[in-house]
Design a protein around this ligand. Structure first.
Ligand code: S3P
Length: 446
């Protein structure tokens, strides 16, 4: 993916969030729908797909591997599956841009193919740790060369026979679990992955939806290699990770009343709602349903006085992508919020502990960054100021929401990657009542 022009925002202070919205499709489920659809026999019809840059990168990878994919158009995609045998050697490196999920899951998937491939990404992704997938894949027999630092580009040498392993994940990671399950489909015997704490289980659910047997016994998930996937329909729910910004925004902005439709309500993803409720948020579940093996819910959120809490460590993996938004909730809560057991935040699209602490401090908040978390002292209002997102989409969106409780404009640098997970974010915030300018005239900057 070519380097993108930097985009800055200026968000007007104050206001409230009102109305109804359906945020874009779930990123994790969208990636998996494209991947399993491509590997399946027959066609897969996907609706509600996230048309964000990360998922588009996954689509482009499969096109480069010879798979015909129609769309996306209004979230609809048809994947003409070719089965494992139908994938073809690409003519060059596979560039997944900013997408960690694409890179880690594809490392597992490509390891079982008969030809060589190279996976690369943008500057941020090429700094992120990949040994967590390359090491267990090597135990299965894969031959993958990374940089000396264990980062991408990853050269995946095809044609190595894989054998199933029984692997205990050292960190709670759905990406690593999924990479091993994808490789396991091509491996001899059983592949079993044991998690130290529950992580999102979309891969397991979707494999079953495509007719691939998966078993779970407590923390261990297993599959046997050599079975087939069959094309199916996938209806992608709205992404709770995107909804999280609006849940926090409506909670902290007095007078807000917002309903979010068809939000993914998978219990391995609802940690953010549990944490916000423990802080005193008013989030009501209006109705639940199940679409293609994934629960969904309509959520109504009204503003509430939040209180600081010690976030239970067992909720951390269930809310791992929502901490940028939760840091803003904590900064607006009464009293202190303590986060621990969250060292993984340091290796996301940015070092989210350091970057959130730096940004909140720029808005006048007392934050102590710790190795595995932070102590955040809430205050009645935030100052305005200038913060840097370090090109991390979720940092940019978190600080946009923070403006709802700020006393002066919040300026955010490098927001271009918001398109990776939440295209239409700016337009939606404006519709719901916020004032947000893209690339404001620097002469007007206070
Ligand atoms: C994801 C898993 C999480 C999450 C990422 C998406 C997935 O990463 O942070 O945004 O789709 O499997 P880890 O598994 O590394 O925690």
């Amino acid at each position: 993916m070519s380097a993108m022009q930097s985009e800055n925002w200026r968000v007007a202070p104050g206001g409230a969030l009102h109305g109804e919205a359906r945020v874009p499709g779930d990123k994790s489920i969208s990636h998996r729908a494209v991947m399993l659809g491509a590997l399946a026999d027959g066609t897969t019809q996907v609706t509600g797909l996230l048309e964000g840059a990360d998922v588009l990168a996954t689509i482009e990878v499969f096109r480069a591997l010879g798979v015909v994919i129609d769309g996306p158009e209004d979230g609809a995609v048809t994947v003409h599956g070719v089965g494992w045998e139908g994938l073809r050697a690409p003519s060059g490196p596979l560039d997944v841009g900013n997408s960690g999920t694409s890179m880690r899951l594809l490392a597992g998937l490509l390891a079982g193919l008969p030809f060589d491939t190279v996976l690369t990404g943008d500057a941020s992704l090429n700094r992120r740790p990949m040994r967590r997938v390359t090491e267990p894949l090597a135990e299965m027999g894969a031959r993958i060369t990374a940089t000396e630092a264990g980062t991408a580009p990853l050269h995946i040498h095809g044609g190595s026979p894989l054998t199933g392993i029984d692997y205990k994940l050292p960190v709670a990671s759905a990406q690593v679990k999924s990479a091993l399950l994808l490789a396991g489909m091509r491996a001899a015997g059983h592949t079993c992955v044991t998690e130290p704490a529950p992580t999102r289980d979309h891969t397991e659910r979707m494999l079953q939806g495509f007719g691939y047997p998966v078993s779970r016994d407590l923390a261990t998930v297993c599959l046997e290699g050599g079975r087939r996937l069959y094309g199916t329909r996938v209806d992608v729910p709205a992404d709770i990770s995107s909804a999280a910004f609006l849940l926090v925004g409506a909670s902290i902005a007095p007078g807000s009343d917002l309903t979010l439709r068809h939000v993914g309500w998978n219990p391995t993803r609802t940690g953010v709602v549990e944490i916000l409720r423990q802080m005193g948020a008013d989030i009501e579940v209006l109705g639940t349903d199940e679409v293609g093996g994934e629960p969904v819910a309509d959520l109504r959120v009204r503003s509430a006085g939040l209180r600081g809490i010690a976030i239970p460590e067992e909720l951390v993996p269930l809310a791992i992508d929502e901490f940028p938004a939760l840091f803003i909730a904590a900064a607006c809560a009464e009293g202190e919020t303590l986060l621990s057991g969250a060292a993984e935040l340091r290796v996301k699209e940015s070092d989210r502990i350091a970057v959130m602490a730096e940004g909140l401090q720029a808005l006048g908040v007392t934050v102590e960054a710790r190795e595995d978390g932070a102590r955040i002292v809430g205050q009645p209002a935030l100052g305005g100021g200038r913060v840097h997102s370090h090109t991390d989409h979720r940092i940019a969106m978190a600080f946009a929401i923070a403006a709802l409780r700020a006393e002066a404009p919040v300026e955010i640098e490098a927001c271009e990657n918001v398109r990776t997970s939440f295209p239409g974010f700016v337009g939606l915030l404006r519709e719901l009542g916020m004032g947000l300018e893209v690339d404001p005239d620097p002469a007007q900057t206070p």
